[in-house]
Ligand binder design. Structure first.
Ligand code: PLP
Length: 427
């Protein structure tokens, strides 16, 4: 019955494809790859191994792999204006582990943001940081600004004198105040590391902020959130010594990877080439859409955080739905209406299972060609479910109709190809 099982799996994946074709995608950590990038995932690269650096592989058979990887490194340096790039980490978490392996010994102290304030689990005590036995000390946070408290952070850095000061969030509404912290970094001589997983695509498009010009030495990232590439990771460096660059490369391999998912690396290279051309327009429209969505929801009685700060400067907004049943129930009701988003903790929440918020991202809708006026329609559909408590099954029909206008991916070389179609490598 093996073949039946395989058919079963294939039919479920196809059902998922069909479903997402009819959904409004609002998970802030997801995106759609371009047709050209996605094609790389089903190439023969997917079946191969490469260990080490281009030109110095352990296995044979990497002639073209090396050429692709060298091109990927060159493009990454160009797109982010970076001194150093490593395209081998197979995810954002693995990129973070590589930074830890390179620059933190067990017992060292790293300053970082707290989970409840939007940090990622990998930088928390029970995630990679804690499991590497690194002591993490959290910066003070200003809930009103949804950002670090600058004076408190300066004081903390001077007291703790960390080896590495780490920044970056998964609910990342505003850029960290790096310029204001620069003198303190210089005074204590720490490495500055930012995890840009959520905002990499915005940084590629010169939106949000420019970490490598604001004193950051190491950027670690996923490549599939606002950066619309494959599930993969990336490391960038600026003003690192040659020794530090080597330490990072050694941490990636043989530290935390063996082969580095060559098909995904090739897809990343294609996405970098596309972002070199399209990132500016894509990122600017993404940020405009996020603000427009925030404004439209706010006008419909949904408390969006930071109204006096324009809601956000990134792709994401955070909304407080505690008065409408909480994040868990609202996210489920929205899913029943084909609007896909996630519940999220807000600063005062103590339960991650029943948090009071939703996190909504505009990047994937932007990729599908939506503009500010479409955000108003999306806000309408959301408020019908969340505020007016209309039957989600009824709203779902209108979501499907709305989504039919947006079936292809924009901001890429083959714009216009179906977003949820199939790829054939050999004609
Ligand atoms: C998503 C995320 C990660 C993890 O990325 P993966 O590619 O899923 O491993 C790391 N850090 C931050 C801030 C994130 O938001």
């Amino acid at each position: 019955m093996t073949q039946e099982d395989a058919q079963y799996i294939r039919s479920k994946v196809m059902a998922h494809n069909k479903w997402f074709e009819e959904c409004i995608p609002m998970i802030a950590s997801e995106n759609l790859m371009s047709p050209l990038a996605k094609e790389m995932l089903i190439s023969d690269f997917a079946d191969r191994y490469a260990e080490g650096l281009p030109g110095k592989r352990y296995y044979q058979g990497n002639i073209y792999v090396d050429e692709v990887e060298l091109k990927a490194i060159e493009l990454a340096k160009k797109v982010f204006d970076a001194d150093f790039a490593d395209v081998r980490p197979i995810s954002g978490t693995v990129a973070n582990m590589a930074v830890l392996f390179a620059f933190a010994q067990p017992g060292d102290t790293i300053t970082t943001c707290a989970l409840a304030q939007g940090a990622h689990i990998s930088t928390c005590e029970f995630g990679a940081f804690g499991q590497r036995s690194v002591n993490s000390v959290n910066y003070p946070f200003n809930e009103h600004d949804m950002n670090l408290d600058v004076d408190g952070t300066i004081k903390l850095l001077k007291e703790v004198r960390p080896k590495v000061a780490q920044f970056g969030l998964s609910v990342f509404l505003f850029p960290p105040p790096l310029k204001e912290l620069q003198d303190t970094f210089n005074e204590i001589g720490c490495l500055v590391w930012e995890d840009c997983a959520h905002v990499l695509g915005l940084i590629a498009g010169k939106q949000f902020h420019d970490p490598l010009r604001e004193g950051v030495n190491i950027v670690s990232s996923s490549t599939h959130k606002t950066f619309p590439g494959p599930n993969h990771g990336l490391l960038l460096g600026q003003n690192l010594t040659e020794e530090q660059e080597k330490q990072l490369q050694k941490a990636v391999f043989p530290g935390v990877t063996s082969s580095h998912h060559l098909h995904a690396m090739a897809a990343l290279a294609v996405t970098l080439a596309e972002m070199d051309v399209f990132a500016k327009d894509y990122a600017a429209q993404t940020c405009k859409n996020a603000r427009a969505l925030g404004q439209a929801l706010y006008e419909r009685g949904v408390p969006v955080l930071c109204p006096d700060l324009g809601f956000t400067r990134s792709h994401a907004i955070a909304v407080d739905v505690s008065q409408f049943g909480g994040g868990k129930d609202c996210a489920k009701a929205l899913e029943d209406a084909n609007i896909i988003c996630n519940k999220n903790m807000l600063p005062r929440d103590t339960s991650s299972v029943r948090p009071s918020g939703l996190r909504l991202g505009a990047q994937e809708m932007t990729r599908l060609g939506m503009k500010e006026s479409d955000m108003v329609e999306v806000a309408d559909l959301i408020s019908r479910v969340v505020v007016k408590k209309e039957d989600p099954a009824k709203v779902k029909e209108d979501v499907k109709t709305f989504k039919r206008q947006f079936t292809s991916i924009q901001y890429c070389f083959n714009a216009g190809e179906p977003a949820y179609g199939y790829h054939k490598l050999v004609e």
